[in-house]
Design a protein around this ligand. Structure first.
Ligand code: NCD
Length: 478
């Protein structure tokens, strides 16, 4: 396996071995910084940041400069032709013809995938809305690995905005991949989205245990633990007593506490300034004086606002400036590997965490429900077909291939209808027994009755709710 000419859009794009290869090269480069200059001479990195950034953009650009390559950049959508309504695909094709590698940050979820599909050069996702931020995750894991020599079996607490934090979403899957337990400590109302939890459990195994008591303290200190994710290898997985796994995990201590700021720029109008949120505690020296935190790595992707106190900066447990500094060697290693300038032989992994789901790519009937998804934007719908993975048949559940949001469409039909008469062109409820018989390759999916009818389908017997059918039967109709 090689990383040459590949893209990094989500953290699932790399296997554990590939991530470890990036880390070992990053470590080597960081020990011999001066010797790296010139290895990327003649190569151009395009740095496209359509959302604010300090660390990610500057560390990517520093990385390329330290490798002796050049950087071209666009740091504001208003200064590019996207302000004139140019599509992501056209922009990607053009920039891909100028540069050897593209780094992109954009507010629309799934944008990096579209750029990777059209650019023809390796693409690195530097954050796509609230979806993922895989290179921040590489810096986070690299830091844990450096400080603790392993990730497996550690207890990592995620604190703050777990709903909109893209660093959180990438980190959740990465921690699960490497066998860590995750302690979820969300700010009330900013819990991990359902589609992330579903993917975590179905694709990475393990178990979720919700805290049963409402006591938010541990050893007398405030600790708003809401749910715990136990990795499949965790020894007490079958503990039957409520909260028992939590107690066992907490006794072992919190190995890392990953704090995040509220991602206010992504809040819905009704989510602004809710009272509970204001009462959410600041992580400071006092909060971390309990025994469970005695060896905790205090982490933060930065920028911090006021969720993390300055009184921790000089504390040896604080890792956030190290995380940021390590962004340079990690990104140098990544660029060199994706450009194929450095090769590391990576053994093929026996099992991939990527499940092969059937695809729904008819391009009609259902659209992604996420208003921030790239696939529903006005400039993109001319060429982007909605496309989903069919991740479950009961209930029928789709996952958008761009932003990974889930949806459960209500109606289906079979593309086989024409074998009968035109009168047989019927749609049915997705949870009816008839629907379950349709082969994935014949499945037509509609998110509403009007959508099915707009495509010429009429309601079948099983288009209505069971009680409606029974009512009609008892009226003598069938
Ligand atoms: C993060 C981001 O942009 O998602 N910042 C970063 O890249 N280090 C976190 C944040 O903005 O809160």
């Amino acid at each position: 396996m090689t990383l040459a000419h590949r893209s990094l859009v989500t953290i699932d794009d790399f296997s554990n071995k590939e991530i470890e290869a990036v880390f070992s090269l990053a470590s080597e480069m960081s020990d011999s910084m001066g010797e790296q200059f010139g290895i990327c001479r003649g190569k151009v990195l395009a740095s496209l940041f359509f959302e604010p950034s300090t660390r990610t953009r500057l560390s990517f650009e520093t990385a390329m400069h330290r490798l002796g390559g050049s950087v071209i950049s666009a740091a504001d959508v208003k200064s590019t032709s996207m302000a004139k309504g140019e599509s992501i695909a056209d922009m990607a094709r053009v920039v891909g013809s100028y540069a050897d590698i593209i780094v992109i940050r954009h507010p629309w979820e799934g944008t990096a995938k579209v750029v990777a599909d059209y650019a023809g050069v390796p693409v690195i996702n530097a954050g796509d809305g609230g979806h993922q931020h895989p290179t921040q995750t590489l810096c986070d894991l690299y830091t844990i690995q450096k400080e603790r020599q392993t990730i497996k079996g550690l207890n990592v607490a995620l604190w703050g905005d777990l709903k909109y934090g893209r660093t959180i979403h990438s980190l959740i899957f990465a921690l699960a991949k490497f066998g860590a337990n995750i302690l979820f400590c969300p700010t009330p109302g900013l819990e991990v989205p359902e589609h992330v939890i579903k993917k975590l459990i179905t694709e990475y195994g393990g178990e979720l245990e919700k805290r049963e008591d409402s006591d938010q303290t541990v050893e007398g200190e405030f600790f708003p633990l809401d749910t715990i994710y136990l990795t499949p290898g965790s020894p007490h997985q079958l503990a039957m007593m409520p909260n028992i796994s939590m107690q066992i995990e907490l006794k072992a201590g919190v190995d890392a506490l990953y704090v995040t700021r509220p991602q206010k720029e992504r809040f819905a109008a009704d989510e602004e300034g809710q009272e509970l949120r204001e009462k959410f505690p600041v992580v400071n020296k006092k909060l971390l004086r309990g025994k469970v935190f005695s060896k905790t790595l205090v982490m933060h992707p930065l920028p911090r606002i006021d969720e993390l106190a300055y009184d921790l900066d000089a504390d040896p447990r604080s890792m956030y400036f190290k995380q940021a500094a390590r962004g340079v060697p990690v990104r140098m290693a990544l660029i060199a590997l994706l450009l194929g300038i450095k090769e590391i032989s990576i053994p093929q992994e026996d099992s991939s965490s990527q499940t092969d789901y059937p695809l729904y790519n008819q391009g009609f009937g259902v659209r992604c429900p996420n208003p921030r998804c790239v696939s529903v934007q006005e400039t993109e719908i001319h060429y982007l077909k909605p496309e989903f993975k069919i991740v479950n048949r009961e209930p029928l559940t789709l996952r958008c291939i761009y932003c990974e949001h889930g949806c459960e469409p209500k109606y289906v039909a079979s593309s086989d209808w024409h074998e009968g008469k035109l009168a047989e062109k019927k749609y049915h409820r997705a949870d009816s027994h008839w629907a379950k018989k349709i082969k994935p390759e014949n499945l037509l999916i509609f998110d509403s009755e009007s959508e099915a009818e707009a495509h010429g389908f009429k309601p079948g017997t099983y288009a209505r709710e069971p009680h409606q059918i029974n009512d009609e039967k008892s009226d003598g109709q069938s």
